[in-house]
Write a new protein. Structure first.
Length: 428
């Protein structure tokens, strides 16, 4: 074989290798393109299905939602923790008709006729309780904490309705319920990473959100924080542990502020501290999340302030405290103009009580301001849903802390979620 033949064979081999390499990279590129196209098609199909589902849900709400109260039967009653301080009630419609879909995080409004030992007749009392499970066509679930006397104040009256539910409402009991409502809920379509935070019984709406995410098979990143005193107060332990074990996208964090001697870190809880902005900053990879928070006012105030300092955008923080005015905003340093504004605070007149007082913004709402003055205005949910605190405005106007549920008559206001725009006269 001559040198020319050898070189020719080598060149032919190199060309063949180049052709094979080109063919390999072409096939590989085409496979990647096909895979990307398949992902795009899958994403588009999923979005179309979600949009269709959302339209169906809205039609469902319009067709199945009811006005006023509807009769429900308690079909199951179950205490959720060792000290029996939180009890779940499973409710089915007495008429047997299907239930409307609801947004995870919303609540039900209940109307009870409760007779106390001091009263001669039963009194209509209204309360709101968060739905604590994913939407279900056949039943609703609420989980209610018994409100007891505060430590060191044994003479303080316990929670009227929570005690009534725990002690007198049994399986088979009939209760009056208004349709699901509320502005604190998880976007059912958006796939953004979320942080769900529940303090004490404040776990109920965020638990509904968590269960909904799992039900729809979403792979969005979820960080779930649940804070209680110790294992005695913890609920849904087995459920939460199973959820975290079966879903890689769920990051469970249980916080005990005062662990029992028998509580073991790593087994019973993850962090021996309260939920705080510092804890979130320590654990989360960034602050690029949608935050949904529910709990007592002290936790809520601390968290919202801490996240503001962390640079979390205000629109990314969604919260529901126990009453709309229970989160106190951080006071800024007073400027001369702020001092002038103090002098110009509006006057609030309660015409039937014959009392006029200068408005105190720290009160939070007109209802709480009236209570500070020793006046009583009937109230129920304190979140703008039940309309028990509806009061006529004789003069002036109000601004709302959040949008009221339902339409209001002209010249009226819901005192639990309103503040005076200027001087105002209320028929109270």
């Amino acid at each position: 074989m001559t040198i020319v033949q050898i070189l020719g064979g080598a060149i032919a081999g190199m060309v063949a290798l180049q052709l094979l390499a080109a063919l390999f990279f072409y096939i590989r590129r085409e496979r990647v393109s096909v895979r990307l196209l398949q992902q795009q098609i899958s994403t588009a199909r999923q979005r179309a299905e979600e949009a269709q589902l959302e339209r169906a849900r809205k039609r469902d709400l319009d067709e199945l939602r009811w006005d006023g109260c509807r009769k429900f039967r308690v079909v199951r009653k179950e205490f959720e923790n060792d000290v029996r301080s939180i009890c779940s009630f499973y409710l089915e419609p007495h008429d047997g008709k299907p239930l409307p879909w609801y947004y995870p995080g919303q609540y039900l409004t209940f109307e009870f006729d409760i007779r106390t030992p001091q009263a001669r007749t039963a009194r209509s009392t209204i309360r709101c309780y968060s739905l604590s499970d994913k939407p279900d066509r056949n039943q609703y679930r609420i989980s209610v904490k018994r409100i007891t006397s505060s430590p060191g104040q044994p003479d303080e009256s316990p929670g009227l309705v929570s005690s009534y539910l725990h002690d007198h409402v049994e399986e088979g009991s009939i209760v009056d319920v208004k349709a699901p409502s509320g502005h604190f809920f998880l976007d059912p379509v958006r796939e953004a990473p979320v942080v769900l935070v529940g303090g004490g019984v404040g776990i109920t709406p965020v638990l509904s959100m968590l269960n909904t995410i799992i039900e729809r098979g979403s792979q969005q990143e979820v960080w779930f924080f649940y804070g209680v005193t110790n294992s005695d107060e913890q609920i849904m332990r087995q459920h939460l542990e199973q959820v975290a074990m079966e879903n890689e996208n769920i990051h469970l964090n249980i916080c005990f502020s005062q662990p029992l001697p028998t509580d073991e870190e790593g087994r019973d809880f993850h962090h021996g501290e309260r939920i705080s902005a510092e804890l979130l900053k320590r654990l989360l990879p960034s602050n690029n999340f949608q935050f949904y928070i529910c709990g007592p006012s002290s936790m809520m105030t601390s968290l919202t302030r801490g996240m503001e300092e962390w640079g979390v955008p205000q629109e990314a923080v969604h919260y529901e405290a126990f009453g709309p005015a229970s989160i106190k905003k951080k006071k800024s340093e007073e400027s001369p103009s702020a001092v002038e504004e103090k002098v110009q605070l509006p006057q609030v007149t309660f015409s039937r009580s014959g009392k006029t007082c200068q408005w105190n913004p720290a009160a939070g709402s007109l209802l709480e301001f009236a209570e500070e003055q020793g006046l009583s205005i009937d109230s129920g949910c304190r979140v703008g849903n039940c309309q028990t605190c509806l009061t006529a405005i004789r003069q002036g106007e109000v601004d709302y802390l959040n949008e009221p549920d339902g339409s209001l008559g002209k010249g009226t206001c819901l005192t639990c979620i309103s503040v005076p725009r200027g001087d105002i006269v209320l028929d109270a």
